[in-house]
Design a protein around this ligand. Sequence first.
Ligand code: SF4
Length: 466
Amino acid sequence: MGMRSAVRRWERLTRPVHPETAAVLAERWAALPEAVRTPAQSLGRHAVGCEGTHGVFPKCNLTCTPCYHSADANKVRVDGTHTVREVDTQMAYFRERRGPYAHAQLIGGEVSLLPPEDHAAALLRMRAHGREPMSMTHGDFDADYLQRLVLDDAGALRLGRVSFAAHFDSLMRGRRGAVRPRTEAELHPFRERFVQMFLDTRRELGLRYYLAHNMTVTPANVGQLAETVRAVLPMGFSMMSFQPAAHVGDERRWRESYQEMSIDAVWAALEEGVGHRVPYEGVEFGDPRCNRTAFGFLADGSWVSLLHPDDARDMAARDRFFDHFGGVAFTGTAPHLLAVKVARVLRHHPGDLVVALRWAARTVRRTGGARRLAGAARRGTLRPMTFEVHSFMDAAQVAPAWDLLQRGIVAEDPELLATQERLTACTYTMAHPETGQLVPACAQHSVLDVAENVELRRLLPLTVVN
Ligand code: SF4
């Protein structure tokens, strides 16, 4: 390689924002409904949104109430070859349509029903397409499975870092040792055991990991949410995500009306558990009726927000971040490349360094001072903690709204219009290379899953007849 082409390659590698990402972000921003194009909006300015798989392993071995899978999902055989091929195809399409980098969930039924070899192969295909994968699980698997997932045949780490979102709530039936839990508290030992399994694997093999705790919220367990937050915070997860139940998926698993399960009620219970306000208004991710997210960290058990929406200096720092650093891939980029990318931004905006230092100093003060922060780091109690509520919509609303959207018709009915707005600002997308569509997860589960699982049932029957 000549000197000139080496310099060109280095210039491309350290360009702060990949040109394809910049183009996808601009396209995303232009397509967002006016109402969500706020200064807080990260979609289309920093993020292209999350991605997820569909139709790759629909079966699950727990029975939850509610369950957003269609009634046929459990009649589809888990087939690793199918999974890896489909994941590869869907991720290649995301790469083509949504640029070189995004977070993507390996989601279906239960991921640990996949043989570890195939699970690992699927994750590696996702990475090969620039996707940072997260495996979605009910958490009821053993350390042996985790080791076989991350180690190759020679005993070397084939996955040095993994991310899991583990779903634990008392609406789930069939977990080993807690077949019919009556309370959330009964599940705390299982939550702890899940984290401990990763801690042990880190000690033994050097595995790095990121763990999220997911929980469906219905009128039946919302009263236990605050206590659950208090109990889960010290366990070692880095995210707590709550999904107010919606009427979607298998109707036989709907036990009660979920109508009253508002995003406000769930957030209020979360704040009660944290013990103070958890401000989410500083950063929006799509439509606030769908998502609320609060970024922060835990220091000695206290949660500290990274942004205070009431502090004009924090909001000014956020604006600068979106304007100058929006689209920079902070995760998934090698540290030395990231350092050069950041330096290249600062070369054009040197004042950002002062703003960043002042923001850091305010955050340290809010934690109780540098000494307290250093003490927490020494004691190992300093850890990122993101809170999120993701409020899926009822199929009865999504199906007609999606149908109208497909035909280019703006709904007149206010509720359908609101649903269309949310679908247009969706942050969680599924790929359909066969039709050239990118589909919001709500539309996938409310509309497309049914026919897809009927077809998969034919393709991958539970019983193979020779
Ligand atoms: S999946 Fe549904 S609830 Fe989630 S962001 Fe998309 S439209 Fe909103």
